[in-house]
Design a protein around this ligand. Structure first.
Ligand SMILES: [Fe+2]
Length: 203
């Protein structure tokens, strides 16, 4: 068994004008594909080729040292991007609803305060990385990770993540990461984030 690039459920231009078509196409077909290819190369002929990507990321400490860094970078890249494509969509609904909305309100003191916390995490991630909304022990939190590290490795389940690698925004926004983060909210598929939240709460 080997890992493969998941198909996008929307067109490359579906997130315009917030994320441009060229960025989406290169990001998915070149960057994500490269993570998949390099992950497959790293685990070829090992038992880890048969593990789920979630298990690999959760149990990175069980990967032999010789291939661990390659698996951490490329497995993380595969896992993180798969989530990223899923939680975006063409009809961004602007705000969460129901239990997720209530719990964000309770955890952060309001949706705007949560947005600010996530944007701050994204802006202050030095160099490449991600900003996340995670669930751990039933609690919501905002965090950031460098490179392709995932909160899953330390036991938190990411239910929303924004890629702040330059490859995610440079063609349209150049060095203006804060502008990209502001626009990115309009791409979030909150129904999907709610589904992931319910799943994470069930454990
Ligand atoms: Fe990326």
């Amino acid at each position: 068994m080997s890992f493969s690039l998941p198909e996008l459920k929307y067109a490359y231009n579906a997130l315009e004008p917030n994320i441009d078509e060229a960025t989406m196409k290169i990001h998915h077909t070149k960057h994500h594909q490269a993570y998949v290819d390099n992950l497959n190369k790293a685990v070829e002929g090992t038992e880890f080729a048969g593990w789920s990507i979630e298990r690999i990321i959760r149990e990175l400490d069980k990967i032999p040292e010789k291939i661990r860094q390659a698996v951490r970078n490329n497995g993380g890249g595969h896992y993180n991007h798969t989530l990223f494509w899923e939680i975006m969509g063409p009809d961004g609904q602007g705000k969460p609803k129901g239990k997720l909305a209530e719990d964000i309100e309770a955890a952060f003191g309001g949706f705007e305060a949560f947005q600010e916390a996530l944007e701050t995490a994204g802006k202050t991630q030095f160099g490449s990385g991600w900003a996340w909304l995670t669930v751990k022990d039933g609690k919501l939190a905002v965090e950031k990770t460098p490179n392709q590290d995932s909160p899953l490795t330390h036991g938190a389940v990411p239910i929303l993540g924004v890629d702040v690698w330059e490859h995610a925004y440079y063609l349209k926004y150049q060095n203006r990461r804060p502008d990209y983060l502001k626009s990115w909210w309009k791409t979030v598929n909150w129904d999907k984030v709610s589904q992931l939240y319910e799943k994470a709460l069930k454990g």
